[in-house]
Design a protein around this ligand. Structure first.
Ligand code: AHM
Ligand code: MG
Length: 339
């Protein structure tokens, strides 16, 4: 079967991700090209994991490996394969000194030839329990400058930095199309994979992503309502029943898909603490900080109810925190209900 090329708008051909990254690099004379090279490699990871996700049903990637990860969760075969793709591609980049993954117990220093100044955090496949029913899933990444000297292997403190230290963050969304969304602190850009040429492109009219200030959607696993604090119950009730702009519920159960929809349309995603998950379910370092960086750069907010997510001091690699993230108006409202 041949793949037909999409018909782009007449007046403007799309920019591919390499051209875009080169332009961005030129706009920052202090840039050395190291971050550009990591982002280019991450776009290769995105293509390769997208292929794995798209073909999983055809090649025995459904099901579990039989292993249980540090968080007590069964490792799905595709999680393990996606993790390997991130690891192999990043390892070949001399600017990456090591990585930490949601799927691995601890951080991994690369060998002595990789003593670059950056480290990468990633969740190789988020929402993977959804994928064998063809529901959208994603990958999340975050890049920091290491704190330890480049003459040594990386250390745990390189991976326990506050989110506000991030130099870049993003996600890949495997949805009706595959997207690569990222920020380096100069706006949010979202590229779409054109499968006819195998390139991520920035279609016309879709350059910088801004999120609406007032949201119309709330996304939460409402089946947990009896386990929530009363402030959260009252907050959700307010969103649903307020006279002005009442919200509608949308919940895929895949963080990247829920976050991305709300980013474009306006809304909030929350995973509050509950009696089963006293700190919420989602991980600060590989899930919340990267999405918080994107949300803020798009004009939104991310909080645990009391603190800005990116100002929380991480104490552990796989730390979990309560989160409310999305449109400013609804995130600020949550803070009022908790105060
Ligand atoms: P994962 O990292 O193990 O895939 O879990 C994270 C996922 C998120 O994608 C999603 O938003 C959340 O867990 C759903 O949790 P629940 O099933 O409790 O609603
Ligand atoms: Mg995850």
């Amino acid at each position: 079967m041949s793949v037909e090329a999409p018909i782009y708008s007449e007046n403007s051909l799309p920019v591919n991700i390499q051209e875009h990254l080169r332009t961005e690099q030129r706009m920052h004379p202090e840039a050395t090209g190291a971050l550009t090279s990591i982002l280019t490699d991450l776009s290769r990871v995105a293509k390769s994991v997208s292929y794995l996700v798209n073909t999983a049903g055809l090649c025995d990637s459904y099901g579990q490996t039989g292993r249980v990860n540090i968080q007590g969760e069964s490792v799905i075969k595709l999680d393990a394969r996606a993790n390997e793709q991130f690891k192999q591609i990043l390892k070949s980049n001399p600017n990456v000194a090591g990585y930490a993954s949601e799927e691995e117990d601890t951080f991994v220093p690369f060998n002595k030839d990789n003593r670059g100044k950056y480290i990468v955090w990633f969740d190789p496949l988020d929402g993977s329990s959804n994928f064998d029913t063809n529901v959208s899933i994603g990958s999340i990444f975050s890049i920091y400058q290491r704190k330890s000297p480049e003459s040594r292997l990386v250390e745990i403190d390189d991976f326990l930095q506050k989110g506000e230290e991030q130099v870049c963050a993003g996600y890949f969304l495997y949805g009706t199309s595959t997207m690569f969304v990222y920020t380096t602190g100069h706006g949010v850009f979202g590229f779409t994979l054109d499968p006819s040429v195998g390139e991520f492109v920035l279609p016309n009219g879709y350059s910088e992503i801004k999120t609406p200030e007032i949201g119309k959607i709330y996304s939460v696993n409402e089946a947990n309502i009896n386990k929530w604090d009363q402030g959260v119950v009252r907050y959700i009730n307010d969103l649903k029943t307020r006279a002005d702009n009442p919200c509608s519920a949308r919940y895929v159960g895949s963080l990247v898909a829920d976050f991305h929809r709300n980013l474009l349309k306006g809304g909030v995603y929350l995973y509050p603490r509950d009696s089963k998950n006293p700190n919420g379910k989602l991980r600060l370092n590989c899930e919340l900080n990267p999405l918080a960086f994107i949300a803020e750069q798009a004009g939104g907010m991310a909080t645990d109810g009391h603190n800005r997510i990116m100002e929380i001091e991480p104490r552990e690699l796989h730390q979990r925190n309560q989160v409310v993230i999305g449109s400013k108006n609804e995130v600020e409202l949550f803070e009022k209900y908790l105060s």
